[in-house]
Design a protein around this ligand. Sequence first.
Ligand code: PLP
Length: 392
Amino acid sequence: MSEHLMNTYARQPVTFAKGEGAWLWDTEGKRYLDALAGIAVNGLGHAHPALVAAISEQAGRLIHVSNAYGIAEQARLADKLCEISGMDKVFVCNSGCEANEAAIKLARLYGHNKGVENPAIIVMERAFHGRTLATLSATGNRKAQAGFEPLVSGFIRVPFDDLDAVRQVAASNPNVVAILLEPIQGEGGINMPQDSKAYFQGLRDICDEHGWLLMLDEVQSGIARTGTWFAFQHTDVMPDVMSLAKGLGSGVPIGACLARGAAAEVFTYGKHGSTFGGNPLASAAGLATLNIIEQEGLLAHSEKLGNWLRDAFAEQLKDVTGVVTVRNAGLMLGIELDRPCGELVGQALQAGLLINVTADKVVRLLPPLIMSEQEAEQLVAILTPLIKRFLA
Ligand SMILES: *Cc1c(COP(=O)(O)O)cnc(C)c1O
């Protein structure tokens, strides 16, 4: 590893040279099963032929122009995103934090437009929204924020899955203009509301009553990860704003902020922009990703395989002391242990498996959407003994 890279990551001692489907090979030729998918990015696995063809074709024709001109691929991507989400308009950017920055700016402008001079956004404990100053300020992790004060003001934090806490803020703070939250908290530990339908209906009702925007960060939970295109589609409510990134470009950097109704009209000329956002190459990657997911039936597969994995782990680990729960929404899975278990990442790597641990105690699995049943069996066969040995 070069000494010229800044020390921002605790990297595992491995470098990958190539990938195919759910498999990676390191520079020594050792093979690994990928149950992390670049943190929910490589939904189509590695080197998917149809994706490679779409990107190669686009690269050979046109990689970048500028948003000062029409971009046909970006327009087609926006149409497709609105078709599958029910949203009205899209702003295309390059990453998850940028998609959330757009959402935060949109909410503030929405507030100012209706005369709120100091607009505030409700955010959640244990949330993760990114590493830029505004998204770090919205993030509910003191460790990640430490040293970067002064943080951006205008965020009010409440516990996740607690409607009363939101109602209390509503009763006392006239400056609130929006709620921003992940439908399922990814970095925070694969945390889901006890009753998603009731919780999101409750949030929707509060937002409607007070004229707030309901803004969902689906950067990790979106793009078929949970068995539907977007996690909110497991509920009966629509958001006003939604941010996407990770799985959208299959590894080509892209993010998007989608809006609906009045929220879709907030950004006008000059209010926001991006040099790279939605360039022909990234847009073609996004469009190809969505089309391939559809053609290969990966929504249903994600749900089915995710539930199979949850049941398999729950069964294998049912009498193991130290396992708290196994939970999932599609292929977003968490195995919560009763103690910090970061060491499992290195042990799994040794055993030829890529996993992740988040919130100290939660083994997080985000397998590619194209993982086969046989590969899922291998995943269970490799990981279960490691967890048992770790807890023994
Ligand atoms: C990863 C993530 C982000 C940040 O995305 P970047 O592309 O790293 O900026 C934001 N929100 C959620 C929910 C994420 O999982």
